[in-house]
Design a protein around this ligand. Structure first.
Ligand code: HEM
Ligand SMILES: *[C@@H]1O[C@H](CO)[C@@H](O)[C@H](O)[C@H]1NC(C)=O
Ligand SMILES: *[C@@H]1O[C@H](CO)[C@@H](O)[C@H](O)[C@H]1NC(C)=O
Ligand SMILES: CC(=O)N[C@H]1CO[C@H](CO)[C@@H](O)[C@@H]1O
Length: 359
C-alpha cells in the first residue's frame, strides 16, 4: 500500500459519519445454524469486539461503489467463488507464494476483481480492532453492501463469526465452480454439493443481472457451438447477432466484454429473468434454467422483483454459511492475501512460509 493510499484510508476512518451506523437494530447474539455442519454464525458477532465493523465496511464499500459501479458485480462474484471452494473461508483472497497456483490463478478466477477494496477495508479494521475481524466476514459484508448501495439500505442480513482458512488451490476452483457451459444436471449437482437446492440455484443465478462477461469465455456458444462455426440455435437471433458483433473470434482478444444482462447490467433488478424468458441468456448455464419445469417456474416467478429479492436474500444467507470455519477453526488473517505465521496454528501446507507484509 502506498503512502497516499494509506492516508486516504486513514481519512476515511477519522471522518466516518455517525450516519453510517446501521439504521436497523437486530437482536444481538441470535444464533444461526446452517443445518449441514452445525456451524454457528451470529448476528453482529463483533458487537463487543469491534462494534463499528458493519458501519465501516458499509461506509467504505459505498464510497468505492459510488465511484465505480462495476465493483458491485465483482464483490458479489468474489463471495460466490469463495463460498463454493472450501466454504466461505476467504481462500479466494490468498495470493500465490513460491509458485503454487491458488484459486485466483484459475482460468475463471482471472476475471475476478475487487481484491484491492477488501485489502483497504482490512487495513482500516486492523488499525481499529487488530486481529479481530476475519477476511471471510469482510467479504460477506462487502458483497451485501456493494449490491445494497443502489437501494440505500442493506438488502439481506449477513451473520458473522467466520474464520479464515489456510489453504487455496487452483485445482479446486476449476472442479468446484460450475462452468458457463454446464447443463442443468451439473448445476443442480454442484449446488446440492453445497447444500443449495434448485430454488437457490435459480435465485442466485439472478446475480447475473449485474456485471460483465469476457467474450473469450462466452463466445463458443456464438461462434462455434457444435464445432462447425455455428451459433446455438436456441438463442434469440437478434440477441445472438449483437454478441457476434461485439465479440471478435480472435483468440488474441482476451479483453472485450459483454453485458450479462443486456441494457441493465449495472442495475440489480429482475430483468435477468425477463431476458432468460426471451432466450437471451448469455451462458448456457443461464439458458438451461428453462430446461427443467420446476426451475422454469421459478424463472417466471422471479420476473417479479420483490419475489426475486426476498429469495435472493435467503439464498445468499444460505450460501454465506457453506462450510464456514468458526471458533477455534482456521484463523483471523492479518492480511487477507497471506496466511498468518505467528504460531496460532499450523501454516498452510501448500505455501512456503511468507514474510508478512506489514507485520
Ligand atoms: C449457476 C452457476 C454459475 C455459473 C456457471 C456462472 C458463470 C459465470 C461466468 C462464466 C461469468 C463470466 C466471467 C467472465 O467472463 O469474466 C460470470 C460472471 C458473473 N457471475 Fe456467475 N456463474 C454462476 C453463478 C453465480 C452466482 C451464484 C453468483 C453470485 C451470487 C454469480 C455472480 C456473477 C457476477 C456478479 C458476474 C459478473 C462479474 C463482473 O462483472 O465482474 N454467478 N458467471
Ligand atoms: C451434463 O453434463 C455432464 C458433464 O459434462 C454429462 O456427463 C452429462 O451426461 C450431461 N447431462 C445431460 C442430461 O446432458
Ligand atoms: C471450432 O471447433 C472445432 C471443434 O472443437 C475446432 O476444431 C475448430 O478449430 C474451432 N474453430 C475455431 C475457429 O475456433
Ligand atoms: C481470460 C484469461 O486471461 N485467460 C487465461 C487464464 O489463465 C490461463 C493459464 O493459466 C491462460 O492460458 C488464459 O489465457
Amino acid at each position: 500500500m502506498t503512502q497516499s493510499n494509506f492516508l486516504a484510508v486513514l481519512f476515511t476512518v477519522l471522518f466516518l459519519p455517525i450516519a453510517a451506523v446501521p439504521a436497523r437494530t437486530l437482536d444481538n447474539g441470535k444464533e444461526y445454524d446452517n443445518g449441514n455442519k452445525g456451524d454457528k454464525l451470529h448476528e453482529h458477532f463483533y458487537s463487543e469486539s469491534c462494534p463499528l465493523v458493519e458501519a465501516i465496511v458499509r461506509h467504505m464499500i459505498w464510497i468505492r461503489v459510488a465511484a465505480d459501479p462495476t465493483l458491485a458485480a465483482k464483490l458479489l462474484r468474489l463471495q460466490y467463488h469463495d463460498c463454493f471452494v472450501r466454504g466461505c473461508d476467504a481462500s479466494v483472497l490468498l495470493d500465490s507464494i513460491g509458485g503454487e497456483t491458488v484459486e485466483k490463478d484459475e482460468l475463471q478466477n482471472l476475471s475476478l476483481g475487487g481484491y484491492d477494496v477488501i485489502d483497504e477495508v482490512k487495513l482500516v479494521l486492523e488499525l481499529l480492532c487488530p486481529g479481530t475481524v476475519s477476511c471471510a466476514d469482510i467479504l460477506a459484508l462487502a458483497a451485501r453492501d456493494a449490491v445494497s448501495y443502489q437501494f440505500g439500505k442493506p438488502m439481506w442480513d449477513v451473520f458473522t463469526g467466520r474464520r479464515d482458512g489456510r489453504v487455496s488451490l487452483a485445482s479446486e476452483a476449476s472442479s468446484k465452480i460450475p462452468s458457463g457451459y454446464s447443463n442443468f444436471t451439473t448445476l443442480q449437482k454442484q449446488f446440492s454439493d453445497n447444500g443449495l437446492d434448485v430454488l437457490d440455484l435459480v435465485a442466485l443465478s439472478g446475480a447475473h443481472t449485474i456485471g460483465m462477461a469476457h467474450c473469450v469465455v462466452a463466445k463458443k456458444r456464438f461462434f462455434n457451438f457444435t464445432g462447425i462455426g455455428d451459433t446455438d440455435p436456441s438463442l434469440d437471433p437478434a440477441y445472438a447477432r449483437q454478441v457476434l458483433d461485439k465479440c471478435t473470434h480472435s483468440p488474441n482478444d482476451q479483453e472485450t466484454t459483454v453485458e450479462m444482462d443486456p441494457g441493465s447490467s449495472l442495475s440489480f433488478d429482475s430483468h435477468y429473468y425477463v431476458t432468460l424468458g426471451q432466450n437471451r441468456g448469455l451462458f448456457q448455464s443461464d439458458a438451461v434454467l428453462l430446461t427443467d419445469s420446476t426451475s422454469a417456474s421459478y424463472v417466471k416467478a422471479f420476473e417479479d422483483f420483490d419475489k426475486f429479492m426476498d429469495q435472493f436474500g435467503v439464498s445468499m444467507k444460505k450460501m454465506g454459511n457453506i462450510g464456514v470455519l468458526t471458533q477455534n477453526e482456521g484463523e483471523v488473517r492479518k492480511n487477507c492475501r497471506v496466511v498468518n505465521t505467528d504460531g496460532r496454528g499450523s501454516v498452510n501446507e501448500h505455501f512456503i512460509v511468507p514474510t508478512l507484509i506489514g507485520d
